[in-house]
Design a protein around this ligand. Sequence first.
Ligand SMILES: C[S@@+](CC[C@H](N)C(=O)[O-])C[C@H]1O[C@@H](n2cnc3c(N)ncnc32)[C@H](O)[C@@H]1O
Length: 632
Amino acid sequence: MSSSEKSTRGQAEVPTHDFVRLLEYLKASRGFDFSGYKLSSLIRRVQKRMQQIGVASYADYVDFLEVHPDEFLPLFNTVLINVTGFFRDAEAWEAVRREVLPHILEAKGPEDAIRCWSAGCASGEEAYTLAMILAEALGEHEFRQRVKIYATDADEDALSQARQGSYLEAQIQGLPEELRSRYFEKVGERWVFRTDLRRSLIFGRHDLVQDAAISRLDLLICRNTLMYLNAETQAKVLARFHFALNRGGYLFLGKAETLLSHSNSFRPVDLKSRIFQRAPTSSLHDRMLALTPANAATDGQGASRHVRIRDAAFDSGPMAQITVDRKGHLVLANEQARRLLNLSPGDTGRLLQDLEISYRPVELRSHIETVTASRAGITLKDVAWHPAGGEPRVLEIQIVPLADGVGAFLGVSVSFLDVSIQHQLHRDLERAKQELETAYEELQSANEELETTNEELQSTIEELETTNEELQSANEELETMNEELQSTNDELRIMNDQIQQRSEDLDRVNSHLRSILGSLRAAVVVLNSRLEVEIWSDKAQELWGLRGDEVQGQPFLLLDIGLPVDQLEQPIRSCLDSGPAGTELLLDSINRRGRPVRCQIACTRLGNGTGPAGVILLMEEVPAETGTPPAN
Ligand SMILES: C[S@@+](CC[C@H](N)C(=O)[O-])C[C@H]1O[C@@H](n2cnc3c(N)ncnc32)[C@H](O)[C@@H]1O
């Protein structure tokens, strides 16, 4: 692995050029776009696969994929983690059963279809879990009539397992006993989901990042899948989920997932169980605040005590307020208004248009004309104002029409609410909220990262368990083979002992034979039926000068010795063919020292019970004049 690729491990968020090329290659050749996935986990998974097949760099891996198209499958299997289970996070499923299903069913007519989607269903346990709790809630008949559960995944391999709905004992462990016996049938070693209910589930390949969502849903389950995607891609998928759900439809996420950027589109139903409900699209609305209309104005002369009290109350009101009559004169300005807007007592009675406040802090006249024409109040929000020599301020200006007791229009009241502090607080609050959200998002993403790592670990544990089981069974086979070898070994040892015993017996017999042959006066030569030498005694060696090992197996009649073997052929053959009786003859020969000798030869047939096995020749030197063998 090159140094730049090694550094990838340290700075997981910065993909190297070669890693980007690998992702582009996967997209171009298989149409799968991993660019929306969280980099750190994606890099880890790809490297894991590369290590398994001993490829060192991303560039080499692209080459490898080009030459070995079969490699795509194990790569996708490694990257798209398939950890799942029945009733995964049992408490959350209980919350769905308790808080979601009753609402969905209540809102429906008795024959209305119920549409659900398990997105990222892996090997199907999630979809079958949903099927079971729906069948429990509706009864099997209604379930078959009304329910459609779409279950999708990007991983074809996982999907084909999901389609079969067939699970091993170990996979079905999270399932309560009674549900297992009600909804599954035992077929051999496996548990298979009931076929009649299975028809309500529709499995298909669907890529959450690229494909359009399934629509008109009452419940959308997407658990432990969004967390592999980066925040931007999650937001896009969630926007599609919002459109996919019916009004008031439910979204059920994994325990480490939450709606980071879509808090307005979904409202939490059970935050702990990550259950949300589709919110109606929010609309902007302005709220109008109305001021209590003032009673009719006095002409200022002979005002009653009552009127004076009212004027005093107006003057000391907490909010800056002015009144303009229908002819456009400034009629009243309370103390707050005089101070805030720098009005003098002399300004009262003047035309508003002649005063600075008619255009500062905001162009008031057009708004007053609007209120006068419509007889409806308006509020001008967030009016920024920087008074000369003062602090910048933010005002909210409310203009309301004034009418007398019989509804005749008198003028307008203009209130100036100083919202600078609220603004500041709001800004601070927004900032704090933003910081909190960022911190939360970071926490969330760290949590998802942990969860992802956890899933990876789980999948590694599963792989290790499988390897362990395989090792155990290989071990058992080896042990059996070992036992078999051991018993073969024992048998061999016994046979060996027996052979050794026989060999010793044979040695003993041989030495016995040798000593018998040695103690005979005559030389002994034994020929087989083909007249080849089998036994050549020491005396024969002494007589003819050839050693036993030189003549062993040699045709006797071809031996180059001092004996005229050609003269022996006929007597030997007749002895071999015809009779038990031996033949004796005397031959002139040359012994090993080159001395002429007379040799008496006795030829005896050697039988083996069924026929002639050869002949025995006894040869003895006799003195030439006597024709009898010399004494030993
Ligand atoms: C960890 S499993 C979760 C399975 C199940 N939802 C659960 O919580 O038990 C994640 C699944 O998401 C699938 N997945 C990953 N990316 C996907 C995508 N872009 N579109 C659809 N499914 C995807 C994977 O193939 C895998 O089966």
